[in-house]
Write a protein that binds this ligand. Structure first.
Ligand code: UDX
Length: 432
């Protein structure tokens, strides 16, 4: 099929590249002309494992195109995905300005039947607004359908998540729309859930909110483990083996960050409130998440006593491993808080340093983990990159001014760290 993706950000690029992989011809559009010029040369604005290769290969094979023109894309494509950003408007509510603009521009360019698919994460009832908008701006009598097809892609494993989804959610109002979408995703051979548009929109918000709730739940339990002397790893393994609970998203640590969970939770609370339901459970999930970071700072203070003038080597800047994304990254929050208390920060991240340099000042960015810990009073693990799991700790111990490791991701074995001679502090586990 011929497909247009409007919005060449994270979701748009991954969706576009993967739909090409499924045998379709895709045109990705963005209103940022510089981004499009770079993409035409195979230069990506983000790091996602495997994406650059996929895009470069399909540019060469002329199955993937980039353009700044919605008009051109609408003309060429049977299916038009809207994948523009839906940022926080400032009050928690999703800002749908971009979605509305794109919808009206699609509408003025509609000449024959098209399927307009909302891919961006949007609050329930956006589909109804999209339909009204397109109907308002359309010239003459042209048929169209609106579909909600939320994405569940995780940064760092987005291509594999797209190619092997647990389920595909399609919210439709007509059989024609359903048939086209089912055909599009047939090669994936995955379970397809067909619902109405509002249910599909809610599935996305509810799924992300539930996952965030799981994380805050286990983080709250980790606090009890800390006080009682239990081990959060053992507790979450014991809970996770119950099939009704499941093992995933039960890793205690610095809490969730990234471009989705914090924003989607706020947007879900906001739309629920607008509809007349005060989602207090989710307010609490947010509070637990925020408190994890101050909890870690308190642990650092407990170990160092005075933070002022101490050198802290931070490993990890991205919000999680395998991505260069620093949006709502606990690492950035921690660094800023420690700097406020007068600490000097050295930092290293395998991918996220360029982006971190834009938002952090007075940080010494280092070329490798060893340079970042050299001469420091404390090593702080803020992101659980694989690279940090394989460090030479004999060397690290020699480089540190004092052998103190504070691990916000629980990536090391406390017993081993103790044997190596470190003071080791982690979350919800006995220290060494
Ligand atoms: C998330 C959703 O998983 C995805 O379906 C949605 O489409 C976009 O948002 P992403 O933000 O890329 O994806 O990352 P994810 O792997 O879900 O992790 C989110 C955050 O939770 C990260 O900060 C991660 O470190 C944290 N996390 C995750 C935990 O603290 N503990 C866990 O057990 C799992």
């Amino acid at each position: 099929m011929n497909i247009a993706i409007i919005g060449s950000g994270y979701v748009g690029l991954v969706t576009g590249a993967c739909l090409v992989k499924l045998g379709n011809k895709v045109i990705c559009v963005d209103n940022d002309a510089k981004k499009i010029t770079a993409l035409k040369k195979g230069i990506l604005p983000i790091y996602e494992p495997g994406l650059e290769e996929l895009i470069k290969d399909n540019l060469k094979r002329k199955r993937l195109y980039f353009s700044s023109s919605i008009k051109e894309a609408v003309k060429a494509s049977e299916i038009i995905f809207i994948a523009v950003g839906t940022p926080d408007s400032g009050s928690g509510e999703a800002d749908l300005t971009g979605v509305e603009k794109v919808a009206s521009e699609i509408a003025v360019n509609l000449k024959e039947y098209r399927l307009i698919v909302e891919k961006s994460t949007v609050p329930v009832e956006t589909g109804a607004w999209l339909k009204k908008t397109v109907t308002t701006y359309i010239k003459g009598k042209v048929d169209f359908d609106i579909v909600s097809n939320p994405e569940f892609l995780r940064e760092g494993s987005a291509i594999s998540d797209f190619m092997h989804p647990d389920r595909i959610v399609i919210g439709v109002e007509s059989k024609r729309a359903k048939d086209i979408m089912v055909k599009l995703y047939k090669p994936l051979n995955a379970p397809v859930v067909v619902t109405n548009i509002k249910s599909a929109e809610l599935i996305k918000h509810a799924s992300n909110a539930f996952l965030a709730t799981k994380i805050s739940f286990i983080n709250a339990v980790s606090r009890i483990c800390d006080i009682a002397g239990a081990d959060i790893g053992e507790v979450s393994s014991g809970m996770g083996l119950d099939k009704r609970i499941g093992r995933s998203f039960l890793e205690a640590g610095l809490g969730y960050g990234g471009s989705c969970f914090p924003k989607d939770l706020d947007a879900f609370i906001s739309i629920a409130g607008k509809l007349g339901y005060g989602f207090r459970l989710l307010e609490e999930v947010k509070k637990v998440n925020e408190s994890q970071m101050s909890f870690l700072i308190a642990k650092i203070k407990d170990a160092l006593w005075i933070i002022k003038d101490k050198n802290i080597g931070v490993l990890g800047l991205s919000f999680k491993s395998d991505t260069d994304d620093i949006r709502h990254s606990p690492a950035i929050y921690l660094i800023k808080s420690l700097q406020k208390e007068g600490a000097f920060i050295k930092a290293y991240d395998p991918r996220a340093m360029e982006k971190a340099k834009v938002v952090l000042s007075d940080v010494k960015f280092c070329r490798n983990p060893y340079a970042a810990v050299s001469g420091c009073d404390c090593l702080l693990i803020a992101t659980g990159w694989d690279e940090f799991k394989k460090l030479d700790f004999v060397k690290i111990k020699k480089l540190l001014k004092r052998p103190l490791i504070v691990d916000g991701r629980n990536i090391y074995d406390p017993e081993k760290m103790g044997k190596l001679g470190f003071s080791y502090i982690s979350i919800g586990r006995k220290g060494a």
